[in-house]
Write a protein of this length. Structure first.
Length: 458
């Protein structure tokens, strides 16, 4: 297999070009100590539903204020539009297929270094506080953590932000001179969508859709929902985002009060986006279009420098970039790219890949298998449908919402994307065949499996 073109563009982090030396913070915040790191992942959070990304109806004052102290990445893409695949990719710097995660939740291949494990080896105390069974320790997500709390799921109502951020505040209160790394995952914007008390939009709706309406039932109603129904569901989602923002804000306030905010490295992102009928679907996991994979990425460096960055990046890039920012050499073989977060010009222009093979089989009537892969590079995006056997291209400058697909032509940009996507497909397919995984149904208990069934994951 000839992968030269693939590797020349630096897609496979440590194998590509341009990683250079370890730069960034020189490994320290003030006083010569490495910074505390808080990686906050908000489930199902679309970038375009935050005020700092231009949503006029948003009530997200905490994240909007954080954005003023942060690098704001305008186009960050998840590796996959569902939680296990995306977060595993984020924590390992490997594509989901490389890890053996494709069409169902599995315990992913344990043979790869993890972000918490690498930080632990360099003196960090590592903690994980997560809120969904898709990230349970049984599926391998506790690897590298000194402590891992996966007992915060509260059912389909998904009210987890208060609990997770309350525990995070206790981490801050207990902090000492040992640098902290904490993964904080909140579930709230994920379906089912809740209309929180005090949220005005949608409060006068009287149709058939309910707050906290079961997603499987909604899937069976998709062809009967009208604009008022859809607008109510969208308002419920915005309400969930506002609720989450309030509790993230309380955690950031705690960091300020403890005098630990300015020197901290804080990352806020989503694991994937959420579709609200842009292509006839409600939810996620079955598309690599922007509504399901475009997520916010705020990176607050020690010292609180703001920059607005348009270059497309991947959630896989967090692992190598964060290590570079803290003066730690990234492990060999990472598939993400290491960007220099200390400089706006340090963000590299690299192809960004996304994939999904996960169909929502629990939808009434089921769904056909899917095999979708996308690459974005140079202002264009290509999506290959491996099941239907066709490929399309989008000109993102003229068509940012990806509504006007065209066939692949002989122009240089199309040929470059086609080579990249073919080489990527060969690369991950080869690794996937050797991945050591175990199916979630062999590892999770009855209650965990039932919760995943009600969410449509198995």
């Amino acid at each position: 297999m000839d992968r030269r073109h693939f590797l020349e563009l630096g897609v496979v982090g440590a194998l590509g070009l341009g990683l250079g030396g370890v730069g960034g913070l020189g490994g320290c915040s003030r006083g010569g100590r490495r910074p505390d790191i808080y990686l906050i992942v908000v489930d199902s959070l679309r970038a375009d539903r935050l005020g700092c990304y231009g949503h006029e109806q948003a009530q997200t004052p905490a994240l909007d204020a954080l954005a003023l102290d942060s690098l704001l990445f305008r186009r960050c893409l998840s590796a996959a539009p569902w939680t296990s695949a995306s977060v595993a990719a984020m924590l390992t710097g490997q594509f989901p297929s490389t890890l053996g995660i494709r069409d169902r939740p599995v315990r992913f291949d344990p043979g790869y270094p993890t972000l918490p494990g690498t930080l632990h080896e360099h003196g960090y105390r590592t903690s994980g506080i997560v809120s969904v069974d898709m990230l349970s320790k049984e599926l391998g997500f506790a690897a590298g953590f000194d402590s891992y709390d996966d007992a915060n799921y509260t059912g389909r109502e998904g009210l987890t932000a208060a609990r997770v951020m309350g525990k995070a505040k206790r981490l801050v209160a207990a902090a000492d001179d040992t640098p902290t790394f904490a993964l904080l995952h909140v579930f709230d914007p994920h379906y089912n969508y809740i209309h929180h008390e005090g949220w005005a939009a949608g409060s006068d709706y009287r149709g058939p859709v309910r707050s906290n309406h079961e997603i499987v039932e909604l899937w069976g109603m998709l062809d009967r929902l009208d604009d008022a129904d859809r607008n109510f569901l969208s308002a419920c989602y915005d309400s969930e985002v506002a609720y989450t923002d309030r509790h993230i804000g309380a955690f950031l306030d705690e960091l300020h009060a403890a005098g630990r905010y300015d020197d901290a490295l804080i990352i806020v992102t989503g694991d994937h986006g959420e579709e609200f009928f842009e292509r006839g679907w409600l939810g996620h996991s079955i598309s690599v279009h922007r509504e399901q994979i475009h997520v916010p990425l705020l990176v607050k460096m020690p010292g609180n420098r703001h920059a607005d960055i348009a270059t497309a990046v991947s959630l896989l890039d967090i692992f190598p970039s964060l290590l570079q920012a803290t003066g730690i050499e990234p492990p060999a073989g990472l598939e993400g790219s290491a960007h220099d977060w200390s400089s706006k010009d340090g963000v590299l222009k690299r192809p960004v890949f996304s994939e999904t093979f996960h169909a929502q089989q629990h939808r009434p009537g089921g769904m056909q298998p899917i095999a979708l892969a996308a690459v974005e590079f140079g202002g264009f995006k290509m999506i290959r449908d491996g099941q239907a056997g066709h490929t399309v291209v989008y000109d993102l400058a003229a068509d940012p919402d990806e509504r006007q697909p065209r066939r692949v032509g002989n122009v240089d940009a199309d040929q470059t994307l086609q080579r990249l996507l073919s080489d990527w497909w060969d690369h991950v397919d080869e690794k996937r065949r050797g991945a050591r995984t175990r199916d979630a149904t062999q590892l999770l208990d009855t209650d965990q499996l039932e919760r995943l069934r009600t969410l449509g994951y198995i």
